[in-house]
Every structure is written in C-alpha cells, then in structure tokens.
Design a protein. Structure first.
Length: 117
C-alpha cells in the first residue's frame, strides 16, 4: 500500500514562489521514481517534473516549467519536493504527486495552486 500526501499549495501572485511537498508512506521509498503532474480545468493531466529512483540523479521537466521549477527528493524523509519560482497564471492547476514503480503508479489526492495576475 502506497499513500501520498501533498501539501504546500495555495494562492500566490504572479512572479511569486511556492514549494510543494509530497510525503510517501512506503516501506522502501527509494525504489520509486517520483513525479509531479498537474491538471487545469478542462485540460488533460500533464507532466510537470519527474525524478529518478534511488538518489534522484536524473530529472525531467515539462517544457512549460523548464528553468522555473525544480524537483528534488529527500529519501531520509520519504518526501519529494517541487520548488516553483516565477509562477504564472497559466500554472494554476491541481498538482498531483505520483510514485512510479513498473508497472504501477500511485497518486496523491492533489493540492490546488492558484496564481493570480
């Protein structure tokens, strides 16, 4: 059983920053690649960022967030983070944490991020 709990969402002005956290209740956190995804109203869920399993030496970002967002993981705390800088109104969405271990993917409940112009 994998449980993921996101936190850190909220309302922020354009140009501001937020840091999302996702705490995982798993026995072996390091076997999971971790990701952040988002879904805006009326749109499909899209990749924001992923970080590899183990030490997290490999990351990948969606084109719209490259250079502004940073994903990281703290294996000692079973937690993955998403640092979001230079936020734009188009970043407004529900942000979901995911844990990937083939063939399974586990999802958190999501946290709302709203960026006002």
């Amino acid at each position: 059983q994998v449980q993921l709990v996101e936190s850190g969402g909220g309302l922020v002005q354009a140009g501001g920053s937020l840091r999302l956290s996702c705490a995982a209740s798993v026995s072996i956190f390091t076997i999971f690649a971790m990701g952040w995804y988002r879904q805006a109203p009326g749109k499909q869920r899209e990749l924001v960022a992923v970080i590899s399993s183990g030490g997290g030496g490999s990351t990948n970002y969606g084109d719209s967030v490259k250079g502004r967002f940073t994903i990281s993981r703290d294996n000692a705390k079973n937690t993955v983070y998403l640092q979001m800088n230079s936020l734009k109104p188009e970043d407004t969405a529900v942000y979901y944490c995911a844990a990937h271990h083939n063939p399974n993917t586990y999802w958190g409940q999501g946290t709302q991020v709203t960026v006002s112009s």
